[in-house]
Design a protein around this ligand. Structure first.
Ligand code: BES
Ligand code: MN
Ligand code: ZN
Length: 498
């Protein structure tokens, strides 16, 4: 994809499609006003006839508008003028993109970037434009046979700016957005692939492939033999019932000399049957998405390494399949983690924490500046926060606030949840150092507390993405979240934001 900025008027650029907007009660946005003037009132006429509406997300596509150089004009509703914020901006761009998705549009010029949106930061408006178009045009067709509908052949995205002084900020936003789209698309692909293809070995090969031809990035795979030597009894207990070999994937990106790295740890359960504590049948197919934490940290690595960001980033992915079987771990079994702490496995379906605890212990060797684990960890998190925000827990108030604020800026939202006593006490076991479940109530928090027992002394945060990593129903599919949030944390730490 190529990007450009322009100070010229909406009617004056000969692109395949120009996006402009109208607000409710017939108020024209800046681009729409220009198109209206150039076409001698065509837009106002269409508003009067009811063919164009200011209702947020409604879109009409006009072709060959007189006095306008672009071959298409996508007019999208922007809602109430005073309420137009970054969320509405993204909705409007998505609607316009959807309206032309089946056309042969090669160039788009987005004029909505001229509207007052929050503090109207040209960097974020450009980034949101690129991310939204990339998200809307994403398709997963790898597994379909036969002739596939061709994707829109988009080559150029233009960003309207008010003054030439905004050009470099907007271009930077486009570049960052482009890399985030790459990372999100990879995360979506990995999530959408079925578990018979996206195995632990497949994740490992994908991580290896990312490193080839990137001199700053190396990938290393820790095998089960090595895990045994390291004493990862907790991680190994989850893979005990599986035929597929578990992998611990280590990706190291060096963009800042000897600085301490940020470490991202992603839950990579390529399929979660629940193990002996078998899950009920309906909807179980969605447990192929139980590696979306892994997908998001690998996707974030793809974005950051593409940008050649001046930061050190390490990604750790424990990748396993959670299966029942004659060798599988039983409820009541007691396992010894790499940290030396023993765990009574009261429920084999609480397996994410069992692989993450050993991955977190392993990650201590990297002396992280901050360590963030990302996991589709608990159904309870979906109950608590729904599909809108992921949960953010941390043993450090500043780190938690940093992540939530990054999510706000990136329009990839999180929300703080607590840790500590008395939730932590719910993990008491009669037989081992702790149980792997915390009983009734606060299931997301007790899961976080479990991980907290393995991150003492680390600057650590935990993201429970169970509600946001994929969509169910007719639009079933991975979302690529929270690649944008994690990338924003790293862009800020690398001082790469304008
Ligand atoms: N992968 C699931 C969590 C999950 C469930 C995410 C549904 C998204 C939708 C996790 O491994 C799990 O099974 N958690 C259990 C924990 C319980 C046994 C304490 C859960 O949430 O039911
Ligand atoms: Mn489970
Ligand atoms: Zn799981």
């Amino acid at each position: 994809m190529k990007y450009f900025t322009t100070t010229s008027k909406a009617s004056r650029r000969a692109v395949d499609c120009v996006i402009v907007g109208v607000y409710e009660r017939g108020r024209l946005g800046i681009g729409a006003a220009d198109i209206d003037a150039a076409s001698k009132g065509e837009i106002r006429q269409l508003i009067r006839s009811g063919d164009v509406s200011g209702q947020l997300g409604r879109c009409s596509v006009l072709t060959r508008v007189s006095g306008v150089k672009a071959s298409r004009v996508a007019i999208v509703g922007l809602g109430k003028p005073g309420a137009f914020d970054a969320t509405h901006f993204k909705k409007a761009v998505a609607a316009a993109t959807g309206a032309i998705a089946n056309t042969r549009t090669q160039q788009i010029l987005n004029c909505l970037t001229l509207e007052p949106v929050g503090d109207s930061n040209p960097y974020y408006l450009a980034r949101h434009t690129v991310e939204t178009i990339g998200d809307r045009l994403y398709r997963f067709t790898q597994m379909k046979s036969g002739r596939k509908k061709p994707a829109m052949p988009l080559k150029n995205i233009g960003l309207a700016i008010a003054k030439q002084g905004d050009a470099s900020k907007a271009m930077r936003g486009a570049t960052h957005g482009d890399a985030i789209v790459t990372g999100m698309s990879l995360a979506k692909d990995l999530g959408n692939l079925p578990a018979n293809i996206c195995t632990p070995g497949y994740l490992a090969r994908t991580a290896k492939k990312l490193a080839t031809g990137n001199s700053r990035l190396t990938t290393r795979i820790v095998t089960e033999t090595e895990m045994k030597r390291l004493g990862m009894g907790s991680l190994l207990s989850v893979t005990a019932g599986a035929v597929e070999a578990a992998k611990l994937i280590i990706m190291q990106y060096k963009g800042a000399g000897s600085d301490k790295p940020v470490v991202l740890v992603g839950k990579g359960v390529t399929f979660d049957t629940g193990g002996i504590s078998l899950k009920p049948g309906p909807g179980m197919d969605e447990m192929k998405f139980d590696m979306c934490g892994a997908a998001s940290v690998i996707g974030t690595m793809a974005a950051i390494s593409k940008l050649k960001l001046a930061i050190n980033l390490t990604v750790v992915v424990p990748a396993v399949e959670n299966m029942p079987g004659g060798q599988a771990t039983r409820p009541g079994d007691i396992v010894k983690s790499m940290s030396g702490q023993t765990i009574e496995v009261l429920n084999t379906d609480a397996e994410g924490r069992l692989i993450l605890c050993d991955a977190l212990t392993y990650a201590r060797r990297f002396k992280p500046a901050a360590i963030i684990d990302v996991a589709t960890l608990t159904g309870a998190c979906v109950v608590a926060l729904g599909n809108h925000r992921c949960a953010v827990m941390s043993n450090n108030d500043d780190l938690r606030a940093e992540i939530v604020a990054a999510g706000d800026r990136a329009e990839d939202l999180g929300w703080p949840m607590p840790l500590g006593e008395p939730y932590n006490a719910q993990l008491k076991s009669n037989f081992a150092d702790m149980a792997n479940i915390g009983g009734s109530g606060g299931g997301s928090i007790t899961a976080g507390c479990f991980l907290g027992r393995f991150t003492n002394g680390l600057n650590w945060a935990h993201l429970d993405i169970a509600g946001v990593a994929w969509k169910t129903g007719a639009k079933k599919g991975a979302t690529g979240r929270p690649v944008a949030m994690l990338s924003e944390v790293l862009l800020a730490r690398a001082n790469a934001l304008p």
